[in-house]
Design a protein around this ligand. Sequence first.
Ligand code: PLP
Length: 325
Amino acid sequence: MASVWKDNKILKKWYKKRCLDFFDGNFNFNLTDLMSDPLLDAISKDIGVNKEYIYLGAGISQFIGVILSMDCWKNIYIPSIEFGLYLRQGEKLDKKLIKVPSSSLEEILTNLKKYKTSENDLLCVSSPRWFDGEMLSKEQLNMLLESFKGTIVIDEAYVDYSSNEKGLLNECLNNERIILLRSFSKKYFAAGLRVGYLVTTKSIEGLRNTLIPPHSISTFSANLSISLLNDKDVVELFSNTRNYVRKNRDTLYEYLKNNARFEARESQANFLTLQFSSRDELEKTFNDLKGLPGIQKFEIDNTLFLKIWISDARFSNVVLTRING
Ligand SMILES: Cc1ncc(COP(=O)(O)O)c(C=O)c1O
């Protein structure tokens, strides 16, 4: 699926034309007023949010670095199993980093109650989760806001594969303790474009100037993204592709959920996680899947798991055949 840009004839023609249009030899960038950034306008229109609350960046990765390193936080809380950049960035900082045991969102909620948190603390959690695609419900978010007193970064990199693509956007707009992160990387199969955005009503001093264009998003990526968002057919093409991924994910899950060798986690993301209690079983299954694209093996915080990145139905069949011997 990662090659949808190359495999789909319509899309291939579409972007080739844009490549010619946007690589026009004019690589100057003169945006004097940050609020009149045309990509900001396009994203604001796309998600129906006032642009004053939206910040653009080179993917969520840039926001992780920028947000975590802000002086205003006292302690930073990160689930022990989380997208690796959070821990890597957090460990570099001269701040207290607290790893919260996190085999499920329920466990995160329970464990957070043990800490005395303050309004200057920061918690980062992905939803759907990077670990297994579990999604934070509105009720869980309310419980989190109740027990955790600081600001919560919710990383929605995978939200477009969930059954609720709006995710926690409304909750974010109604509570300035929430910072939402979104990306074009998974939604449009375009990690290489490096386009992401942050939504918050919280006023964070210096944030917009830290991310000032063109230091973050290249003019080519910005132009291509605007063009994409304004093209209903292309937007629909990606929406259909994501629906296909969802369907393949859910079918594969049905076939794997009763396998005694591992626990298949029900996922709202574009991958399935298989959790193992024995290292031998993990190695054996990983070996069965050897050579296939999109298979990753992890051991984090004593949790053994494989991630299978969902692709087409043929890929799912090969996975099943190999696992079932
Ligand atoms: C949970 C999560 N957040 C962020 C990212 C990175 O996103 P971006 O490509 O927008 O930097 C990833 C990439 O795998 C991810 O899994």
